[in-house]
Design a protein around this ligand. Sequence first.
Ligand SMILES: CC(C)(COP(=O)(O)OP(=O)(O)OC[C@H]1O[C@@H](n2cnc3c(N)ncnc32)[C@H](O)[C@@H]1OP(=O)(O)O)[C@@H](O)C(=O)NCCC(=O)NCCS
Length: 358
Amino acid sequence: MARANAVITGWGFYAPSRVMTNADLEKIVETSDQWITERTGIKERRIAAPDESTSTMATKAAERALAKAKLKPSDVELVIVGTASPDFVFPPVASLVQAALGATRAGAFDVGAACTSFVSSLAVASGMILGGAVRNALVIGAETLSRIVDWKDRGTCVLFGDGAGAVVLEASSASVGVQSTVLHGDGTKCDLLWVPGGGTKNPTGAEKLEARMHYIRMNGNEVYRSAVKAMAEAAEEAIAKANLTADDITLFVPHQANLRIIEGVAKRMRFPMERVFVNVQRYGNTSAASVPIALCEAVEAGRLKRGDKVLVAAFGAGFTWGASVLEWFGEHEGPRQKSPLDIASRAIEDLVDRVRPA
Ligand SMILES: CC(C)(COP(=O)(O)OP(=O)(O)OC[C@H]1O[C@@H](n2cnc3c(N)ncnc32)[C@H](O)[C@@H]1OP(=O)(O)O)[C@@H](O)C(=O)NCCC(=O)NCCS
């Protein structure tokens, strides 16, 4: 099969059932629904249950994406999880997801680019598909930020939430699919949004815990200014790289950090808010999970159909940022074409089954 493009054929998300409203936060820190709503647009966020973690939520989102794509776990060739809140330092979350799904043939690794992790993962997966290394990939963004947020810091704890979103990316001869990708970074700004403790530089210890170094720290004003500029510039670059103009974009699905950032990006791009998808009011900033969750909800709301051009963009710690333009494919119809390798390995499996003593 000619590998003309990488197309999204499945999508799914999972959000924990526990809803934490701004009113709930008023009982934890000195804040108000009015302050949070005016500064961020956020009204509520989801919080993972004690028995949930990044990998369990990622697995649920992945199962839904695979079902939509009508693929079996054993068909999956690659699992990538974009995350800043992994279950463990290692193994990667992707390995835990691979095991939970039973994706026995898949390679697995995580991508760590904070809130940009899903857009970066999509770039890696589409590159591998276009290069012929794999025919499909599960690309997941998943976070349990409630476990690394400082619940005593009102400047950050009101912003974040938990969840996971996943897409299945497949090689296709269709003319639609990933049209352009841009990724950028500025590591000189790394201490404006970070978790200083718990890594090898400041290993976990009583002193570090006392200083609350294992929680998210942020300079909100600096991050705000940089996020608006960087996301708008990356989005414009991705549109130009796809040989399109902003008028060609059916829907813009930006990282859902904060309504003011999203509005600032749209204003800077002179892009109409009616064509921007926003769900930050219900989930807060779910970091790597925000773009895939928003993408899923946009499709469910009927805002994307085959051939539509969707722009995604994200910004996060590092600083890292990027954007991508995709021509929407939608659900796969009819049987998939099998590769000669697939046909041969299935024939060998059948032969082994037949000669194996009962
Ligand atoms: C965090 C953010 C909402 C703060 O908004 P802001 O308008 O910049 O507010 P400031 O930080 O200037 O703080 C203004 C006041 O509100 C206070 N404040 C901060 N958090 C508060 C809260 N949750 N409730 C009430 N008051 C709060 C501050 O202490 C400050 O009080 P002071 O003037 O007495 O010192 C904003 O900077 C922002 O959105 N930054 C980007 C954050 C983000 O999206 N990060 C992730 C990117 S991937």
